[in-house]
Design a protein around this ligand. Sequence first.
Ligand code: CIR
Length: 255
Amino acid sequence: MKFKNAIVKKPSKKMVEGISTTNLGKPNYKKALKQHKNYIKALRECGVEVEILEEDEIYPDSMFVEDPAIVTEKCAIITNLGAESRKGEEKEIKSVLKKYYSKNIHEIKYPGTLEGGDVMQVEDHFYIGVSDRTNKDGAKQFINYVEKYNYKGTIVEFEDILHLKTGVAYIGDNTLIVTDTLIDKEEFEDFNKIKINESEKYAANCIRINDYVILPKGYPDTKKDLLKEGFDIKTVDVSEYKKIDGGLSCLSLRF
Ligand code: CIR
């Protein structure tokens, strides 16, 4: 799939109050802003047009635009976020996506919940993780919507990680980059797999955009493994977002 567009949203000072399960301390806002600029630069270098939404002071986690929507070549699905403090983020994203998708926008409704971090696209197939944020009802609504556009969907169950894509990424060429938690899942048995070391598991949240894989900076073994497999790589430092459980994929919508 050729990506043409990306949407990002600037972090506001409120980001330091983002939901966190890490013991890494609060993000440094100035550093986070700089990292965000570098992230946008890397996206542009991959050949996409980037739309930048202004920051807001209401939602501390709202720069993680991947969670309130899933965007595909044919349609967009607006989610019903599972995290209480994030409910409402989807409104802005919905109005922004209208200009790209016109009527091909659908919404996950109660009792379903779903967050974009739980949805991994592999060509015309979606893998939907059932997590603390995404329930089976939300996953099934998602599959019903995308089947209308000739996509397929598979539900994946797991424990111990925030979102499905916290532990796995599809990087093209039938290849997954995957952590221990998900490596033996039968849903993934037909893929080539690059296993991530426990000490580098944060790097599983990476993104393939056009000719490049963007990796978080500071994960040398993963980088070496990807280079060995022939992937072209860009690295971006996202240390301040890691402190609030965010990664590279969460910071943009790509389509
Ligand atoms: C949250 O807990 O919702 C944010 N602090 C992190 C969201 C990360 N999003 C993602 O993995 N797609």
